[in-house]
Design a protein around this ligand. Structure first.
Ligand code: SAH
Ligand code: SF4
Ligand code: F3S
Length: 439
């Protein structure tokens, strides 16, 4: 059925990871193609879609307080309110019981049907949360990109790893791979539209296998690097378990593949990793890091850490701190463990007291901060290539950008360089960014 949303104003708000940011570009794209127009304020919208994240308890709590605000707005001025993404997929129709002011609940595989769902929901609430067995192709033509110079390109979705703490296999379903030809077509289209950077996306990108030819992630990287145009290729997120030496070689072989890798560790204690069902040991992880540093020199690593997983002893926690000292990550994302519904760990007692989790997180972040202060200082005096991403929150004449290693740089420039490469002379550094002047 083709439906028209002619002239209806849509507002899309995104919580969560890059996969969700890209899905929001699909959501907006599908609605705009049906005739809707964008608005940047929920106050003036006819349709509001909230794309949600379920990964930690806090992510879900943030969502409910935001939805509370929307319900007050809706009392003043009616609109169709849709909840999309991972919370929608996991909570399903229960969301309508809990939040009667919601009109549409739609999981990731339902986005192509959004125009129809929105129109029908104006009459009665709609729930669409079946997960299909194969890749749902939305296509480049229905992607309303946030900006033309950096393009997200999804390559796989879902996850079969079932880490004990993680809700993603339930919110995104089983692993599904996008056909290579469609990925390359989207990369070419993004290149033609001026993309300087391609970010390949998936919950577990390095598990990639082309459904037709069986070509793996290393082959995919080679194929994407062969598309003329984009200067930088990134990919997120990689799992240490399936990060083969062929991928290390593919990184080393192409200067277009950024010397940056997000490689979630979660814990530096092998027994904790075992209970988390991560599929590698601490030694195995460190071996991979050593091979990477040798074959692709200068690679900046980032990671994810969970503190306070059930049974984590002080000694386990210190092992994690040891890994931070050894690897010297350029950045970390660190979280206190929170039990999530449907996961294996939800059945074991969450036995680390909140105070202990808090203290471990503070200690870990303080350690990492000293590492970053030192590491970032080493860039002072150097000229770095930067992709400018927009004005800096710091004020007039200042802009922000990212380096190949994904470090944030704030800099002065005479004219707005947003969406272009430039060289910045680094004059100073802090724990979380570098600063300098365009040369
Ligand atoms: N696919 C990626 C990331 C998934 S979610 C991966 O495999 O690493 C992003 C991060 O959230 C995870 O790496 C983990 O550090 C954190 N996380 C996931 N579930 C969590 C939970 N129940 N409690 C705390 N942190 C969690
Ligand atoms: Fe979650 Fe583990 Fe899959 Fe990452 S690899 S999405 S942490 S289950
Ligand atoms: Fe969150 Fe879903 Fe991403 S749970 S981290 S938005 S895959």
């Amino acid at each position: 059925m083709t439906v028209s949303l002619c002239g209806r104003k849509v507002f899309v708000r995104t919580f969560g990871c890059q996969m969700n940011e890209n899905d929001s570009e699909h959501i907006a794209g599908v609605l705009l193609r049906a005739g809707a127009v964008r608005t940047d304020r929920p106050e003036s919208a006819d349709v509001v879609i909230v794309n949600t994240c379920a990964v930690r308890r806090k992510s879900e709590e943030k969502l409910y307080s935001y939805l509370g605000r929307l319900s007050r707005l809706k009392r003043k001025r009616p609109f169709v309110l849709g909840v999309a993404g991972c919370v929608a997929q996991v909570r399903k129709a229960d969301l309508l019981t809990k939040l009667p002011f919601v009109d549409v609940v739609v999981g990731p595989d339902g986005y192509p049907d959004l125009p129809e769902l929105v129109v029908r929901a104006a009459e009665a609430p709609e729930v669409r949360t079946e997960l299909g067995p194969v890749w749902r192709e939305i296509g480049a033509e229905a992607t309303a990109r946030e900006n033309p110079w950096s393009a997200f390109v999804p390559v796989m979705e879902g996850c079969d790893n079932y880490c004990a703490y993680c809700i993603v296999p339930f919110s995104r379903g089983r692993e599904k791979f996008r056909p290579l030809a469609n990925i390359l077509a989207e990369v070419r289209a993004a290149a033609a539209a001026g993309a300087l950077e391609i970010q390949l996306l998936g919950q577990n990108v390095n598990a990639y296998r082309d459904p037709g030819s069986g070509l793996g992630f290393a082959g995919l990287l080679d194929a994407v690097a062969a598309v003329p145009g984009p200067a930088w290729i990134r990919f997120i997120t990689s799992h240490p378990k399936s990060f083969g030496d062929d991928i290390v070689r593919a990184m080393a072989a192409s200067p277009k593949v950024c010397r940056a890798l997000h490689l979630p560790l979660q814990s530096g204690s092998t027994p904790v990793l075992g209970r988390m069902n991560r599929g590698y040991t601490c030694e195995g992880y460190l071996g991979l890091v050593a091979r990477l540093k040798e074959s692709v020199p200068g690679t900046l690593l980032t990671t994810d850490i969970i503190v306070g997983f059930p049974g984590e002893t002080e000694d386990d926690f210190q092992r994690t701190c040891d890994v931070l000292r050894e690897v010297r990550y350029a950045g970390i994302f660190s979280f206190r463990y929170s039990p999530r519904p449907l996961t294996a760990a939800a059945d074991i007692p969450d036995d680390i007291p909140l105070e202990v989790k808090r203290r471990r997180l503070v200690e870990l972040q303080a350690l990492q901060k000293t590492i970053q202060v030192e590491a970032n200082r080493a860039f002072v005096g150097r000229d770095l290539r930067v992709l400018a991403t927009g004005p800096s929150p710091k004020g007039a004449g200042r802009f922000s950008g990212r380096t190949e290693g994904n470090l944030v740089v704030n800099f002065d420039a005479p004219t707005d360089p947003t969406g272009r490469f430039l060289t910045v002379r680094i004059t100073g550094s802090g724990p979380y960014s570098l600063h300098g002047t365009a040369v």
